[in-house]
Structure formats: structure tokens, C-alpha cells
Ligand binder design. Structure first.
Ligand SMILES: NC(=O)c1ccc[n+]([C@@H]2O[C@H](COP(=O)([O-])OP(=O)(O)OC[C@H]3O[C@@H](n4cnc5c(N)ncnc54)[C@H](OP(=O)(O)O)[C@@H]3O)[C@@H](O)[C@H]2O)c1
Length: 278
């Protein structure tokens, strides 16, 4: 049985199924939430629960116990509605200060493909530094990645997730019934929850430190093709897109993930996905 304990900062939509998966593999798991009501839910899964919140400084009880594990999955969401994107950096800086006081030697950071510009047709991992997206959110995300990757006290692997779908986040409902939408010809860059869990689990299992991986499925249907088909499948009104001239569009490449981790997607193409929790 693997003995090293894993802390998951943020047992939410992705963190909780990941925690359950890691428990099933035999890892002791510590997990946090910001909500007192979720503590029994987490505890009942066999996870040691912690009530923690980064606001932006990380607060909560037994913080030193949480950072006493050897691996941290850092999974605080970068909220879109944040007025000041720099708030996110302050949250992560506070987490890093706690890592320094504890025993964590390996951090897996849930990053985002937001770091790539919307016009980058071949978004491979190293392109983010040469062709950074110019907006404030992307800048903050890249700064946070660099802070983590360059810290001499621990190793970090960054997983840049595309848009997440799966249970509770059905593709068919994303845009159903909306009219006058732009970007119908833009390819999507999505990944299913089960594949997210498997990517993180493979990184842990193979102990792959100090790397950056894009994590998106193989299929990149256009927004129009995908959201129309998914809405119809769900019995909802399909969205309507306006006609626009064709422009270069972001396509996030997953070749490194597949090669380095020998990874095969369970849900390679969102267009063909029709699971129970679509
Ligand atoms: N959604 C996307 O399409 C997308 C795309 C790319 C990357 N990502 C990244 O993927 C990760 C997982 O996303 P998700 O949708 O699973 O996130 P989520 O469920 O919204 O939140 C993850 C967890 O973080 C906790 N949390 C929220 N704010 C916090 C704070 N200020 N301090 C401490 N904990 C906090 C939540 O607490 P509660 O348990 O109290 O809710 C939850 O447990 C995130 O890092 C996100 O940025 C998401």
C-alpha cells in the first residue's frame, strides 16, 4: 500500500472524486473545504477533513497537520468573477508559505489552458512563455505557475486543464437556448472529470515532478457542432451562433501528456460522449 499521504486543497467538483480515487489506491488522503456542512461528507468518504479558506491568506484549524503530508494537490479555483486577479496570486503565495513550514515536497497544481492566447493554433506547453495571452488572468496564472515551479524547497508539476465537463456539468446545458453567440467555428478544448482524475493519479503514480502538461481530450469539435449536438441529445433547445469570418483559433495539444504518461483518454472526444452524466 502506498504510504505517503496526499493533501487536497479544495475537495470540490474535481478534488473530491480525485480524493476517493486515491483512497481506493491506498493513499491516506487529507482534504479541505471552505464549508462546514461539507466536513461530514468528506469525513464519511474516509478523508481526513479540514475547514480551510484562502482569503487571501490561508486560515483554518490544524493547518500544520494539513501540510504534514508529502504531496499537495493545489486546486483552489481561479474564480472568473474575481475583480482583482492578483487576489489569486496572494492566495497561492499564502499556501506556499505554509508549504515551507511543513513537509510537502511535491505539489501538483491545477492550472488552466487560459494561459494560451485565443488565436494560438498549436498551443503546446512551452508556447505559453513565447506567446503569452495578454490578459490579466493569464498573466497571473503564469506568474503563479512560475512561483511554484521555481521554488527551491519543493517540486511542482503543473496540469493545465481545459474546460471541465462531467457529472453535474453537462455539455448539453452549457449554452442551450442561447442566441446570437459568437465563436461558433472555434474548436473546444475540454476534458472529462474521469480523465482529469486519471491524469493526476498517473502523475502521482509515476512521480513525475517538475513538468507542465496540457490536459485536454483529443477531439476539438467546433463550439457550434458540439453544443448543438449535445443540447439536442439532452432534449434542450440548441444554441444559435452568428456567422463570422474565420479566424485563427486556440487548439490545445495533448501530445506531451500522452507520450510522457502513456496516457489514453477514456473520453477522447466530447462530441461522442454520451454518458449518464453528460
Ligand atoms: N472549471 C473549469 O472549466 C476549469 C478549467 C481549467 C482549470 N480549472 C481548475 O481546476 C480546478 C478544479 O476546478 P473545480 O471546478 O473542481 O473547482 P471547485 O469545485 O469550484 O472548487 C475546488 C475546491 O476549492 C475550494 N475553494 C474555493 N475557494 C477557496 C478558497 N478561497 N480557499 C480554499 N479553498 C477554496 C472549494 O471549496 P468548497 O468545498 O467549500 O466548495 C472546493 O473544495 C481549479 O483549480 C480550477 O481553477 C477549472
Amino acid at each position: 500500500m502506498p504510504a505517503r499521504a496526499i493533501s487536497i486543497l479544495g475537495c470540490g467538483w474535481l478534488g473530491l472524486p480525485l480524493a476517493k480515487h486515491l483512497l481506493a489506491l491506498g493513499y491516506p488522503v487529507l482534504g479541505s473545504t471552505t464549508s462546514a456542512e461539507k466536513i461530514p461528507v468528506i469525513e464519511n468518504c474516509g478523508i481526513r477533513p479540514f475547514l480551510l479558506e484562502a482569503a487571501p491568506r490561508l486560515k483554518g484549524e490544524e493547518l500544520s497537520a494539513f501540510f504534514n503530508s508529502s504531496l499537495l494537490f493545489l486546486n483552489i479555483p481561479f474564480e472568473r468573477q474575481l475583480e482583482d486577479p492578483a487576489f489569486y496570486k496572494k492566495q497561492v503565495v499564502s499556501v506556499i508559505e505554509h508549504i515551507h513550514q511543513g513537509r510537502v515536497e511535491f505539489v501538483i497544481f491545477a492550472g488552466s489552458t487560459t494561459v494560451y492566447p485565443e488565436t494560438l493554433e498549436n498551443a503546446v506547453e512551452e508556447a505559453a512563455l513565447h506567446h503569452p495571452a495578454g490578459n490579466a488572468r493569464a498573466r497571473v496564472l503564469l506568474e503563479v505557475e512560475q512561483l511554484l515551479l521555481s521554488d527551491p524547497k519543493f517540486k511542482t508539476t503543473v496540469v493545465r486543464f481545459g474546460g471541465l465537463y462531467g457529472p453535474g456539468r453537462p455539455i448539453g446545458r452549457f449554452l442551450a437556448g442561447k442566441k446570437g453567440l459568437s465563436g461558433g467555428d472555434r474548436p473546444v478544448n475540454l476534458i472529462h472529470q474521469q480523465d482529469c482524475v486519471r491524469v493526476v493519479s498517473e502523475i502521482i503514480g509515476h512521480d513525475v515532478r517538475g513538468e507542465i502538461f496540457n490536459a485536454v481530450g483529443d477531439g476539438h469539435p467546433t463550439r457550434k457542432a458540439l453544443y448543438t449536438a449535445a443540447a439536442k441529445r439532452a432534449g434542450l433547445e440548441p444554441p444559435e451562433f452568428v456567422r463570422e469570418p474565420r479566424r485563427p483559433c486556440k487548439v490545445v495539444r495533448n501530445d506531451k501528456l500522452k507520450k510522457r504518461l502513456d496516457f489514453v483518454f477514456w473520453h477522447p472526444d466530447p462530441l461522442n460522449f454520451s454518458g449518464p452524466h453528460e
